[in-house]
Design a binder for this molecule. Sequence first.
Ligand code: MD3
Ligand code: FE
Length: 211
Amino acid sequence: MTDSAEAPPIRPKAQEIRDFLHYPGWLSGAEQMALVADLRAVVAQAPLFSPMTPQGRPMSVRMTSAGRFGWVSDRRGYRYSETHPAGMPWPAIPETILAIWRAVSGTDRDPECCLINFYGEGARMGLHQDRDEADFTQPVVSISLGDDGLFRIGNETRGGATQSLWLHSGDVLVMGGAARLRHHGIDRIAPGTSLLLPQGGRLNLTLRVVT
Ligand code: MD3
Ligand code: FE
């Protein structure tokens, strides 16, 4: 047998669903574990927090960010900020994460925000649009880690038919073109479906060009 430790992972082919690209199992198990180690270092510098909705209720998803900008929410509303709610700048986006963006995004620009969403049991994210970025020709790339999450995508306007898709640990999604302004959300996670995170739950990374 030859030593397979250096063999590059075999990447899945993209599946096109409603104008976005789904790469099921893009990341190998070893790559997922390396990403979790990098994310632990980010969270040690920039702890997860529960953003407040403008209605004054804490979101069920806990968040933090890496990169020049992070996403924050409080009574002033949702916005990108160059500082964590505790006042410090965000940590740099790990190279392992930048490499995924460069492989799948199809753009020359690098992401300026890596939003880290943590879903514990019962956490969800209602249907919304991502429209706080300056240039909608730039895609959003999403990376799923840990427990399965039920993703739902709708339309540019509210209402109408939606389509659901289970996202598994190691999956990558690229939302560009006509998919970029669609409503989307996470209905629920399936606790206990992955052993990647010892305490369970789901981590989702979304990479964005902000300016
Ligand atoms: C479709 N996060 O952080 S990622 C978000 O799994 C967000 O945490 C979800 O929606 C999560 O804003 C979904 C998939 C995703 C991300 C961005 C999109 C889908 C998108 C932007 C436009 C359209
Ligand atoms: Fe979103």
